[in-house]
Design a binder for this molecule. Structure first.
Ligand code: BEZ
Ligand code: FE
Length: 293
């Protein structure tokens, strides 16, 4: 084994990690060493800069708790979360594209009747979302589950409100013809949490830390690939600069402003409201996988 020099150090480390028995771990570690050494050779950090980087990572780890995941946020703002999502959800054209789940999903949302109001008095402009859940061949997916979560009309999620019960989330089921109807309030654009190490980093850049207005959906049906995605408000602010890179063209929808009157659910609304129409399309799982469920 040669003693190390600046020139041969990468090769020496690659050689050391080349025989580890688990082939996947070997592949990952060899690639990590190659790219990490390449990064260090590229930026040539001073000792102080490297110590600052380690300190930032340490403080990022210390911020993580069951309620907060600063490393995921770091992965989000670097575009890595969306890249991992894209690699793992390569869907055929026609299927609704996925986006990142984000940190604000709360499991066990309350079950809602078709057309019920999941905003339950939260501030904001009433908003009715209707459409269908179908397979790629057009089959309606009766009973498909739509799990929704979003900010209220002041840009706050349940986690950010001092509430004990559910806030701005609900579980709906598609009807026998695949249709669904949701009453909520329109979400607004909001900032990612900026009081941690990611915020510290973003504040040293001129990059927007805003997310455009959106509603999160997790849509599932037996025998089909689950879908985690957002619907974004067309013409809303920050669509082109979403800090977590989640905007995909087919997910931008019209929020049509309507005068007071009859809503899509048949009820009468005394104030102006939004109407949103969206049809979700899920991809069938391979037969063997579906049978194993
Ligand atoms: C969100 O949409 O809720 C979100 C996603 C990634 C980072 C922060 C927030
Ligand atoms: Fe969100």
């Amino acid at each position: 084994m040669p003693y190390v020099t600046e020139d041969n150090l990468t090769d020496v480390a690659m050689e050391r990690w080349k025989d580890i028995p688990d082939p996947r771990l070997r592949q990952i570690m060899q690639s990590l060493i190659k790219h990490l050494h390449g990064f260090v050779r590229d930026i040539e950090p001073t000792q102080a800069e490297w110590a600052a980087a380690i300190d930032w990572l340490t403080r990022t780890g210390k911020l993580c708790s069951p309620k907060r995941q600063e490393f995921v946020l770091a992965s989000d703002v670097l575009g890595v979360s969306m890249l991992v999502d894209a690699i793992n959800h390569r869907r055929p054209s026609g299927a609704t594209p996925s986006t990142v789940e984000g940190p604000f999903h709360v499991p066990d949302a309350p079950a809602m009747a078709n057309g019920a109001d999941m905003a339950q008095g939260a501030p904001g402009i009433p908003c009715f979302v209707t459409g269908t859940v179908r397979g790629l061949n057009g089959d309606p997916l009766a009973g498909a589950v739509l799990d929704l979560w979003q900010t209220d009309g002041e840009g706050l999620y349940e986690d950010q409100r001092d509430v004990t019960g559910p806030w701005m989330r609900g579980l709906y089921r598609a009807q026998p013809d695949g249709s669904y109807a949701i009453r909520t309030v329109a979400p607004i654009a909001y900032t990612i949490p900026m009081d941690g190490t990611v915020g510290e980093l973003m504040n040293r850049t001129n990059i927007s830390h805003m997310r455009p207005a959106h509603i999160h959906f997790a849509v599932s049906a037996p025998g089909y690939h689950g879908l985690i995605t957002h619907l974004f408000q067309k013409n809303g602010e920050y669509l082109d600069t979403d800090v977590v890179y989640a905007v995909k063209e087919p997910l931008i929808v019209n929020f049509v402003k309507k005068p007071p009157g009859k809503a899509p659910t048949g009820e009468t609304v005394a104030t102006p409201f939004y109407e949103v129409k969206y049809d979700f399309v899920l991809e069938k799982r391979a037969q063997a996988l579906a049978a194993a469920e």
